[in-house]
Write a protein that binds this ligand. Structure first.
Ligand code: SF4
Length: 936
């Protein structure tokens, strides 16, 4: 048993993790008390990290044209085919699409190989979808992509404004830090600005539920309000900025009265003025913004509208003050540092920086090779796939991401991939949708195996350490690219034996010719103080915030404290911002505004979190959140199935009626891929409109129509084994399906048939009334025959329920072990999944059903206990029903629920949901007619 320090791979908070290693497995993880991002805390995703590991489902051998090959053959194929495309179509026919999952060292090598030596500018990253607008806003305002703040600023602020950020779900440890700070400082105020009432509102003193896309109007309005009431910091503006007059003039082009701004943003004017007053009257203000701001066709302007207000009030460069963009991915920042965006070169230099191209060329030149850097920026993510569709880009290497799900118009992305003559995919998981399009598949190492560094949202570089060996023949991404580079003849420039050598080169480049000169300021990204670390020092590297150089050998918590910015004249820029509505218009065919985002327990396309059963229980199926009034008007009910029609396809999910949703708007999660559900890729719904400056897609502003999905039957099928072709068959026969991994089995939710027809008149097995099921009239007899044909064990037990029209059946093997379990019929409540899953777990352990369990098998429980409903507390697996039951019995506080059920006592991520349940239950109880009200 040993302990290893590393970093969580899920979100931009970048929490330190202590992994408890037992032989070749991680037995447990804890938060690292010494890591300054989290001081020992972990959210539910982080604390389940060890449950997502294991070799099952991993890619372990390279494949070329569908055939497993050895590494030599695969690497030679990559080199030969890239060379062939380059020879035939030129360097700009080559492209790479990377991910914020890659470590900085992987990113550095990819950028150097593609831009430096293959000579293509088309290297972009999925971070484009997440924070490219914030990057552009930083560069316009500060002269560099530099986040001014650190996490401590959230704790030291008098006012924290959260804009377009569901911090409680998407950056839970930061939310916990803020919550504790607020408890310690009762004078601290928190404002939440978001179209949806989210769990983040738990700590809000003021909530502004603004109309989607109106953020820029709100902040330009704030600037005008501050100017009108003499709430500006004129001294700061005079000494440290440029562009205020133009910014104010633009803000005043629209009616600057509070009433007009409130009307445009669709918020209450008194609340809005309260916010304006709070913002203007506090110096120590942090405005934290995230994807709700960035994922918009005016995301860059929105970022600058926020930054303008901070500059105008001098609320920057101080403890507890500044605009603070929080990244979604663990290493989005690291990718930005090495030049992982198509408009960057390397080390925060870009094509527009005078002398930068020449500087990078000289730095990368070896004795025998001069790199051939492209002249100008390449295609940003959305444009890149359009270029593939047009046939301009003919070879694409994708690493650690799935654009077939996450990009807008995912249908077109898939068509482009299918058409692209050469698609190389570096991937960890064997079931990623993307592999269907790959000519060459390269098995990559994953978290706990990868060794390198990541940078979190506060510019803190941390080590992500290689703790376990990669499975089979999986290799590190940097190693794969270096081997390809050698085969392309660039070996001298890619002669790294260890990631510490790559990091050293990256650190040296950041300090290379990095000084002030005529019309040139020093580059802020400077980690030259970390150059020269040997393997031991690199391995021991403690978390540190850049810049790290001779002036700041211990790193830099906060930027711009001296009021000097990274512009040629050292002054920050205020930008004139003219608010624009979302590019995606609503119309009669698609009248609902679509919002998309993350959920608490999932990450990206679930390739990793989908392997942890306890993370699947919070929101097990894809869903559509909708306001009660809209649900009533459209005829959809809670938990029923509904279909959204969007730009490029449909999305089917369970309805969740929510009072937190504005009328006329719906929300869907971004996580479901074709591996987990039949029609729940949110990328299908979004049109490919992008911000003109940043190229970031407008993922928060789709236009959709909603209709109920009427089905005749639903089925819950639990199976012990993965059944390949049989699974494809029952998915094809269903109008809706979702696959949900449990601990001992796979759960399938299936639905089909026509409305009004039960899934067979179960009383009349072998005949009687049927229902359409994939075009086949299905009776209970048909069901049993269907099961027999598709499952490894024939139905052993079954029963029919004439009153409900439902069939229950199970397959038990000759050794008495449970192999599958089914409940089918009209839309129904779930069985007690925990009880059934325990029987499957026993079967996996080789144990037969006991007589008592066998007797109760079709009932799905042995004590009458029903399904516990969706899991609210993932740490202790406490379901909604148990919580509601306890509240009804008087445990109406989070503390009381924790004492009784343990919910909310570990990572705390579920506390906002517990509070909501308490409030809802109280409201429900007070609305119930009492004797008095009945008499009245
Ligand atoms: Fe990981 Fe983010 Fe959770 Fe921290 S907050 S444990 S980095 S997912």
């Amino acid at each position: 048993m040993r302990e290893a320090r590393t970093t969580c791979p899920y979100c931009g908070v970048g929490c330190g993790v202590l992994a408890c290693v037992e032989g070749e497995r991680i037995a447990d993880v804890q938060g690292d008390p010494a890591h300054p991002a989290n001081f020992g805390r972990l959210c539910v995703k982080g604390s389940a990290l060890h449950e997502t590991l294991g070799h099952h489902g991993r890619l372990t051998r390279p494949r070329v044209d569908g055939v497993e090959v050895d590494w030599d053959t695969a690497l030679a194929a990559v080199a030969e085919r890239l060379t062939a495309v380059q020879a035939a179509r030129g360097s700009q026919a080559l492209a790479a699409y990377l991910s914020g999952q890659l470590l900085t060292e992987d990113y550095y090598v990819a950028n150097k190989l593609f831009k430096g030596f293959l000579g293509t500018s088309h290297l972009d990253t999925n971070s484009r979808l997440c924070m490219a607008s914030a990057v552009a806003a930083h560069k316009r305002a500060f002269g560099a992509d530099a986040v001014p703040c650190c996490y401590e600023d959230l704790e030291e602020a008098e006012l924290v404004v959260l804009v377009g950020s569901n911090l409680a779900w998407n950056h839970p440890v930061l939310f916990q830090r803020l919550k504790v700070a607020k408890q310690r400082n009762p004078l601290m105020r928190v404002v939440v600005i978001d179209p949806r009432v989210t769990d983040t509102c738990e700590i809000a003193d003021l909530y502004l539920g603004l109309a989607p896309g109106s953020d820029a109007r709100l902040f330009t309005g704030l600037l005008a309000w501050m100017a009108e009431r003499n709430k500006l910091d004129r001294v700061y503006l005079e000494a440290h900025t440029q562009g205020f007059d133009e910014a104010l003039a633009a803000a005043n082009e629209q009616d600057a009265s509070v009433e007009a701004i409130a009307a445009d943003c669709d918020v209450d004017s008194e609340r809005l003025e309260t916010f304006f007053y709070w913002f203007a009257s506090h110096l120590h203000v942090v405005t934290l913004f995230s994807q709700g701001v960035n994922q918009s066709t005016s995301g860059t302007d929105k970022g600058n509208a926020i930054i303008n207000c901070h500059l105008a009030g001098g609320k920057i460069g101080l403890p507890g003050a500044g605009p603070f963009s929080i990244t979604g991915q663990p290493n989005a920042m690291g990718g930005r540092e090495v030049g992982g965006l198509a408009n960057q070169l390397a080390a925060h230099m870009d094509y527009d920086t005078p002398g930068a191209r020449d500087r990078v060329t000289r730095f990368w030149t070896t004795e025998r090779r001069v790199p051939s850097l492209p002249d100008g920026p390449g295609h940003k993510a959305v444009d890149l796939f359009a270029a593939i569709e047009r046939g301009e880009v003919q070879a694409l290497w994708i690493m650690a991401t799935n654009p077939a799900v996450s990009l807008p118009r995912a249908d077109r992305v898939r068509a482009a991939l299918a058409k692209c003559p050469l698609v190389i995919v570096s991937e960890c998981m064997a079931d990623a949708d993307l592999l269907d399009y790959a000519d060459i598949v390269l098995p990559a190492s994953s978290w706990s195996e990868k060794d390198g560094t990541v940078t979190n949202s506060e510019r803190r570089i941390s080590r992500q350490r290689g703790i376990l060996p990669p499975p089979g023949e999986a290799r590190h991404d940097w190693w794969i690219m270096c081997e390809v580079a050698k085969r392309l003849g660039f070996g001298e420039a890619f002669d790294y034996a260890h990631p510490s050598e790559i990091f050293d080169e990256h650190a040296r480049l950041s300090g290379f010719e990095n000084d002030e000169g005529p019309g040139r300021s020093r580059r802020l990204f400077d980690i030259s103080g970390l150059a020269g670390l040997d393997r031991t020092a690199y391995d021991a590297l403690a978390p540190i915030q850049w810049p790290v150089n001779a002036d700041a050998p211990h790193g830099t918590a906060r930027l711009f404290i001296d009021g000097r910015f990274a512009t040629p004249d050292g002054r920050a820029r205020l930008l004139p911002v003219r608010p624009r509505p979302p590019a995606q218009k609503l119309d009669a065919a698609r009248p609902l505004r679509l919002n998309t985002g993350r959920i608490r327990d999932q990450w990206h396309t679930m390739t990793r979190t989908g392997r942890a059963p306890r993370l699947m229980n919070h929101r097990a199926e894809p869903f559509i959140e909708i306001a009660p009034e809209d649900a009533a008007a459209l005829g959809v009910k809670e938990h029923a199935l509904a279909r959204l029609h969007g730009a490029g396809g449909d999305y089917i999910g369970r309805v969740r009626v929510s009072r937190g949703q504005r009328r006329g708007e719906v929300f869907v999660p971004m996580h479901w891929s074709g591996h987990f559900s039949g029609a729940a890729r949110m990328g299908e719904l979004i049109e490919a409109h992008v911000d003109p400056v940043s190229g970031q897609p407008e993922s928060k502003h789709g236009a959709v129509a909603l209709e109920p999905l009427a089905v005749g039957w639903e089925a819950t099928l639990l199976v012990a084994d993965e059944l390949g072709a049989s699974e494809a068959a029952w998915c094809d026969a269903s109008r809706y399906w979702a696959r949900i991994p449990l601990g001992g089995c796979q759960r399938w939710q299936l639905a089909g048939g026509e409305p009004g027809s039960a899934c067979g008149d179960v009383e009349s097995a072998g005949g009687g009334v049927g229902s359409a099921c994939g075009g086949v009239e299905k009776t209970s007899h048909d069901w049993l025959a269907w099961l027999e044909a598709r499952l490894p064990v024939a139905p052993t037990l079954w029963c029919t329920d004439p009153s409900s029209g439902r069939l229950r059946a199970a397959g038990v093997d000759d050794a008495g072990r449970l192999r599958w379990w089914l409940m089918a019929g009209p839309p129904m409540e779930l069985p007690n999944l925990a009880w059934l899953d325990a029987r499957f777990a026993e079967a996996t352990a080789g144990r037969a059903l006991t007589t008592s369990h066998r007797r109760r098998l079709l009932a799905g429980c042995d004590d009458g206990a029903a399904n516990q409903g969706p899991v609210v507390c993932s740490c202790h697996q406490v379901g909604q029903r148990a919580i509601l039951g306890a509240i009804r019995e008087g445990d109406d506080s989070v503390e009381a629920l924790g004492a009784r059920l343990a919910c909310g006592t570990q990572c705390g991520s579920c506390i906002p949901e517990l509070k909501s349940l308490i409030e809802e239950e109280k409201a429900h109880a007070s609305a119930e007619p009492t004797e008095d009200t009945v008499v009245a």
